[in-house]
Write a protein that binds this ligand. Structure first.
Ligand SMILES: Cc1ncc(COP(=O)(O)O)c(C=O)c1O
Length: 445
């Protein structure tokens, strides 16, 4: 009997298998620090990364299409980012006071992101969407936020309603009903949006993952974002573009620059810091003024948005953020990443066609997604596209891992500006092997 995908995975990862019970003993949820990192029968523990590659604790090497959950457009341990961090490290990590590197960082965001009249740094992507919602409510004096089924905006209470099917039940327990009631979850269609805006005058803003849910796993229809912009203007509510993934990746100025759309607020993280913890809300001057402290006690206590956060814009993240944004500003990293993603999508589709597997590859900019079950995703919604059978998702990821390739989540991945054509061609060999192994085991057909 030939070795199965799972048997090969277990054989190649003895140290990860040995560590797993220790992780489990100490940490809830499968020993992972993030629900997305849970894997069966155990996740692979990673030791280090360099450029487009990473190595696990057993010494196995991977061409990485996960890239720090899409935060590493420059690849792992980019020398400029490492150098910035090394220089900043001995100077101190936190002063509870402005540092000049923050000023430079804010200017870079302001210069790159079209809607960024003003910038406020936070400590994560989730914090950026949470703060953007508070700003929208404060500015409009309205309470509710409209969001789209299955779009991901982080893990906080206001981001959980509508994140997972069934969309009328929050993605997590522990969410107060008050938070659920303040979020309106809609399928991504403009008629639903217009009907809701016309019927409910308590809407503060509409938040959208501009790529479509989960970095484009569920693409939006052409013209959708333009329609959201038109209707939000017409009904005087704010358009919040969640650019936590698309920011600096779709173009130096994010998705908003690439397609020429003008949101009122946007949220940023990941590439913003060169891959360290951090995020930001950026937006129109008059809106961001809701955060201003005037010194007037009545105003400052009752008429402004309060915001704290010990590690916001700390000197280490400002240093790595500056190093990363200096490089991404030219657009070369994005061009390379897009070209490599295109090469990967085309090559992988050829493999699927040649192998006569009912599956297809799609994706925008520097992303790719594989859907098993049909040769096209035309007309498919989030329920279908994000719910491939777990056995297929697990087998695909593991079959790739044992062949030296790793993905970001489910059956999707992202590219960097340091992947080369050779990396892609090597990876395509692994994709081919993985598909054949899945066919042999009857997991794909
Ligand atoms: C579109 C989007 N928004 C928000 C977040 C939350 O960011 P973080 O994980 O930094 O809190 C993510 C994370 O992947 C994301 O993809």
């Amino acid at each position: 009997m030939p070795e199965t995908i799972m048997e090969a995975y277990i054989r190649k990862n003895p140290k990860s298998a040995e560590l797993y019970p220790k992780f489990q003993e100490l940490f809830p949820s499968g020993g992972a620090g993030h629900d997305g990192y849970v894997a069966s029968p155990f996740p692979i523990s990673i030791a280090r990364g360099q450029g487009p590659r990473k190595w696990d604790v057993d010494g196995n090497e991977y061409i990485d299409f996960g890239l720090g959950s899409a935060s590493l457009l420059l690849g792992h341990s980019h020398p400029a980012v490492v150098d910035a961090l090394t220089k900043a490290a001995p100077l101190g990590s936190h002063f509870g006071a402005p540092v000049e590197s923050m000023l430079e960082w804010g200017e870079r965001v302001h210069n790159l992101i079209p809607c960024a009249d003003k910038v406020r740094f936070v400590a994560s992507g989730a914090e950026s969407t949470m703060l953007s919602m508070r700003i929208a409510r404060a500015y409009t004096g309205k309470e509710k936020i409209i969001r789209w089924e299955s779009h991901y905006h982080g893990w906080h209470d206001y981001a959980m309603p509508g994140n997972l099917p069934p969309f009328d039940s929050p993605a997590s327990i522990g969410i107060p009903q008050g938070a659920v009631d303040s979020v309106v979850v809609l399928p991504p269609d403009l008629d639903s949006l217009e009907r809701t805006l016309a019927a409910d005058n308590n809407i503060a803003g509409v938040i959208t993952e501009g790529s479509g849910a989960s970095y484009g796993t569920v693409p939006l229809s052409p013209g959708f974002l333009e329609g959201v912009r038109r209707l939000t203007r017409q009904y005087n509510v704010l358009m919040i573009l969640d650019e936590v993934i698309t920011g600096f990746r779709w173009s130096p100025g994010g998705l908003q620059q690439r397609i020429g759309i003008d949101p009122d607020l946007c949220t940023l993280a990941k590439i913003l810091t060169g891959g360290l913890p951090g995020g930001a809300v950026a937006g129109r001057d008059d809106i961001m003024q809701v955060m201003v402290q005037t010194g007037d006690r009545q105003h400052d206590r009752h008429q402004r948005v309060l915001h704290g956060g010990t590690f916001n814009a700390n000197p280490y993240c400002a240093a790595t953020g500056n190093a990363a944004l200096e490089i991404v500003a030219s657009g070369e990293m994005q061009d390379t990443a897009d070209r490599m993603a295109d090469r990967l999508r085309v090559g992988l589709q050829e493999i699927l066609d040649r192998s006569e597997v009912a599956a297809c590859v799609y994706g925008d900019a520097s992303t790719f997604h594989v859907y098993f079950g049909n040769r096209s995703i035309e007309g498919m919604d989030a329920n279908t596209l994000k719910n491939a059978p777990p056995a297929i998702q697990t087998a695909f990821r593991q079959a790739l891992q044992v062949r030296g390739v790793d993905l970001m989540s489910r059956t999707s991945g992202v590219l960097s500006g340091v992947h080369t054509e050779d990396d892609i061609d090597t990876a395509l060999g692994a994709f081919d092997g993985a598909i054949q192994a899945m066919l042999e085991e009857g997991i794909a057909s």
